[in-house]
Design a protein around this ligand. Sequence first.
Ligand SMILES: Cc1cc2nc3c(=O)[nH]c(=O)nc-3n(C[C@H](O)[C@H](O)[C@H](O)COP(=O)(O)O)c2cc1C
Length: 192
Amino acid sequence: MQDTLARRKHALYGNGMQMMMIYSSPRKRGNSTTLAKTFAQAAKQTYTLKEVFLQDEHLEPCRDCRWCKTHFRCVIEDGMNDLCQAFRESDAICFATPVYWWGFSAQLKLFIDRLYQLKLDDFKGKRLYVIATGEDTLDGVQYRLIREQFEAICEYTAMQFAGYLPVCAGDDNPAKENEEALEQARNLLTKA
Ligand SMILES: Cc1cc2nc3c(=O)[nH]c(=O)nc-3n(C[C@H](O)[C@H](O)[C@H](O)COP(=O)(O)O)c2cc1C
C-alpha cells in the first residue's frame, strides 16, 4: 500500500515534494489569502503546490455516520474524497484562515472535520504551516487559541507544527500593505 502510494507520488511529482495550500477565507483577495499566496510563492522553490480555495468547493459538513471507517472514503460525493487523496499525498500542508469568533474559520473547520476518513498514519510526518489574520492586535487571546488547537491536532496526528504566522490585519490595516508581515510570510518556510 505504502509502496503503491510512493509510486503514484513519484509518477505525479517526480522526486519533488507536494504542499497543499488550503485557503479558507471567502475573500480571495483578503488578508490571509494575500499572506498565504506570498508564502506559496516562496514555497514553490521546494514544493509542487496543490492550491484549494474552500469557497469554491461547496463541501458539506461531516455527518458522523462512520461509513468512512469501513469504506475508507466519505459517503458524501462532493469532492472531498479527491481532496483527501491530495492531502494524503502531500508532504506539507498550509492552512490560511481569518480569525472568526476567536477561532479559525468555519470553512476550515468543516474541511478538517471531513479529514476524518483518513487514517492517523496518513497525517504522520507532514509539516503543517498555519497563517491566521484577525482584526485584533497580536496580544489578543485568539491567536494563542488557534495555535494551541493546531498544536493539539499535531500532537494527535503526529504532524509536525512547522510554522505559525498570526497577523493583525483589518480593512484599515490590509496585509498587502504590511511589508513586515509579507516578509514574515516569505520566510515562514525557512524560519521554521
Ligand atoms: C464573522 C467574523 C468574525 C470575526 N471574528 C474576529 C475575532 O474574533 N477576532 C479578530 O481579531 N478578528 C475577527 N474578525 C476579523 C477578521 O478576522 C479579519 O478582518 C481578518 O483579517 C479577515 O481575513 P481575510 O481578509 O483573510 O478574510 C472577524 C470577522 C468576521 C467576518
